[in-house]
Ligand binder design. Structure first.
Ligand code: HMG
Ligand code: MG
Length: 604
């Protein structure tokens, strides 16, 4: 199956290397611009506006556009076509230069207002439209796609408020000229959510499709994030932003930078909306470029994340906290799975990252076998399920040719047994089971998480019970979901297929720990496993049974007799309890991992 993404996912157009830099007076070395582009690419952004090819007298900062475009690294990216790298061009001359350098996408720009049009591109609105029309037409002839910008959507620095009709006229002209979308530029950053909503409503009422619009909000009055959110709630899905909140135009005096990319990504991720961007890497890039430019970092999320990081590294340096990184050894590899071992811990890694770790029949069988084997192994105390790649697990493989859905009869029975088998194997395991979620999960992937005892996740994790959207229901996993989440919440997420974010999971106590950065997840996991050395595996097993008795037979005869037999087991002379209490009385702390390994060794 192909990787699912949340339906509300947004597209971010990073304009840092162009809008972000164009208004900076001191020359920024070309090497810094190239490094910025490289770092932005590394964050997962897949549209980065590279530079502009405009009059060097108008924008001296970007006079090195030839060097940027001609750079071998940029040339490779342009050839690959990923990320997309639009180039801002005001006229045919700019287009020709961009095309000569292999640009596959250009952005043309006009103003809805006369004053700004005159100072920015030295022509009237009508002449600007005509110029953009010619550039877009020639671009399309050269197999280059064109995006459009309309500036001053709310106000002009010289003319005052902008009539909605003027914006509409420009958008229509750019779309008619062949632009695939038009970015609405609040050049002065004077808009607020109410003006955004009113304008979007006016435009859609006048026949402009939402999917042809993008938002480009400057942050002069601190409204840019709110404006993006409002536009998102109006149905728009494409937003321009600059890392570190850089940006501005020399011909729009007093205007501040673009909405900071970090703030935008932080906001969307916390709302469960996928951006495909690694926020931590983006925040690092914001810190890096701000330092390089000796400018304040205008991203609130970026500075908050950086502060948190520096406090954390200070604490790590100044406390005697032991390095808890465990040594993991690969012990086997089967279709879509890797098994690692560290002492009494087994780590099972779902390894089908290109398919979002969607579970094939073979993977399910191998996973079930691995869990059943580990459950019988006295030298294993804990079983971890985690995954490689961006997703934890996107559920059952529903790809063509592999889906057992809609076949009925014995196929249905086999699939039922297969699925019941895997979730029961996890649920019935006497070992402590841990779901270590490196990213989003859907359907059966959520089932894997909720059949485990303990869950950790990254900030990018979003859980979605997406079955109802496909006409399915979360049948075999429902008992674990309902048990862990409670009836009301489980019902709501099953019926709505609503993405539940890491923040909400933590608030609801459904995950024990959230790693801010994906690369920190393993540290969190190793720390948890190390902490659990204080727990006897037998006592953990008995505690799991107590929870199950309470869940399935609360107040009944089975619970009472179950508690009694566990009590007797605990009180036996050769129980873990006998050893634990003896060590306690002698004033010694117990490392149960070492104890188990010693015991099993002496028994062999
Ligand atoms: P003009 O003076 O009317 O044009 O400027 P011209 O054709 O007479 O040319 C003047 C000089 O510029 C000539 O050089 C041309 O060769 C050169 P000279 O002979 O004097 O040495 N020239 C160029 N050089 C390189 N590349 C070119 C190019 N074109 C001409 N493509 C023009 C008209 C449009 C060229 C000028 O006004 C200009 O470059 N303006 C661009 C201003 C600009 O880049 N502003 C910032 C971007 S817009 C923005 O930030 C808003 C946005 O972010 C959305 C929002 O926030 O609203 C997109
Ligand atoms: Mg701008």
């Amino acid at each position: 199956m192909t990787v699912q993404s949340t339906p509300s996912a947004v597209r971010i157009v990073e304009v840092g290397p162009r809008d972000g830099l164009q208004n900076i007076r001191d020359e920024v070395p070309t090497a810094t611009k190239l490094e910025l582009i490289r770092r932005l690419k590394g964050t997962g952004l897949n549209i980065i506006e590279l530079t502009s090819v405009v009059s060097p007298r108008a924008i001296p900062q970007l006079a090195d556009c030839h060097a940027v475009l001609g750079d071998p690294g940029v040339q490779t990216l342009l050839k690959n076509g990923s990320p997309r790298l639009p180039v801002l061009v005001p006229n045919i001359k700019g287009l020709e230069i961009a095309v000569q350098h292999g640009a596959k996408e250009v952005a043309v720009f006009i103003s809805a207002t006369e004053g700004f049009s005159k100072v920015n591109i030295n022509c009237t609105v009508e002449q600007g439209i005509e110029r953009a029309r010619q550039v877009a037409a020639l671009a399309l002839e050269s197999n280059v796609v064109a995006r459009g910008y309309v500036s001053c959507i709310f106000a002009d620095p010289y003319d005052g408020p902008t009539p909605e009709q003027a914006v509409l006229r420009c958008i229509k002209a750019l779309l008619d000229a062949g632009c695939y979308e038009v970015s609405l530029g609040d050049t002065l950053g004077v808009g607020s959510p109410s003006s955004v909503r009113a304008l979007v409503k006016y435009l859609t009422n006048n026949g402009i499709p939402l999917e042809r619009l993008a938002g480009h909000f400057h942050d002069t009055y601190g409204q840019a994030v709110a404006n993006v959110w409002e536009a998102y709630n109006c149905g728009m899905r494409v937003f321009d932003s600059s890392v570190g909140g850089l940006g501005g135009c020399p011909f729009a005096p007093g205007a501040k930078g673009n909405v900071a990319s970090e703030d935008l990504v932080y906001m969307f991720h916390n709302a469960g909306v996928d951006t495909g961007v690694d926020l931590d890497k983006l925040a690092d890039t914001g810190v890096w470029i701000s330092k390089k430019l000796s400018k304040a970092n205008f991203s609130r999320a970026g500075t908050a994340l950086a502060t948190k990081e520096s406090i954390k590294s200070f604490n790590t340096k100044t406390t005697t906290h032991k390095n808890v990184s465990l040594q993991w050894t690969l012990i086997s590899k089967t279709e879509g799975l890797q098994l690692y071992r560290s002492g009494v811990n087994l780590k099972i890694i779902l390894n089908r990252p290109k398919n979002g770790n969607a579970l094939t029949a073979a993977m399910i069988s191998n996973l079930t076998a691995a869990i059943n084997d580990a459950s019988k192994d006295p030298q294993i105390s804990r079983i971890v399920i985690t995954a490689n790649g961006r997703f934890f697990c996107t559920g059952m493989d529903l790809g063509k040719g592999s889906t057992p859905v809609a076949q009925g009869g014995s196929t249905s029975d086999t699939q039922f047994e297969r699925l019941t088998g895997i979730f029961e194997a996890i649920d019935r395991s006497p070992k402590v089971t841990v779901a270590c979620m490196n990213g989003p999960a859907f359907g059966g992937g959520v089932g894997l998480a909720f059949s485990c005892d303990i869950r950790l996740c990254t900030r990018s994790t979003v859980l979605t019970l997406s079955e109802v959207k496909l006409g399915l229901c979360p049948a075999t996993i429902s008992k674990y979901i309902i048990r862990e989440c409670g009836v009301a919440f489980a019902r709501e997420v099953m019926l709505s297929a609503r993405p539940v974010t890491a923040a909400e999971l933590k608030t609801r106590g459904l995950v024990s720990d959230v790693a801010e950065r994906s690369e920190q997840l393993n540290e969190h996991l190793d720390a948890l496993l190390t902490r659990l050395k204080i727990a006897s595996p037998n006592a953990s097993r008995m505690s799991k049974e107590l929870v199950k008795l309470a869940w399935a037979h609360a107040g009944g005869e089975k619970q009472a007799s179950g508690i009694k037999s566990l009590f007797e087991e605990m009180m036996c002379p050769n129980s873990d309890g006998a050893h634990g209490v003896k060590e306690f009385q002698a004033g010694r702390k117990i490392d149960w991992d070492a104890y188990i390994q010693g015991l099993t060794k002496s028994k062999l």
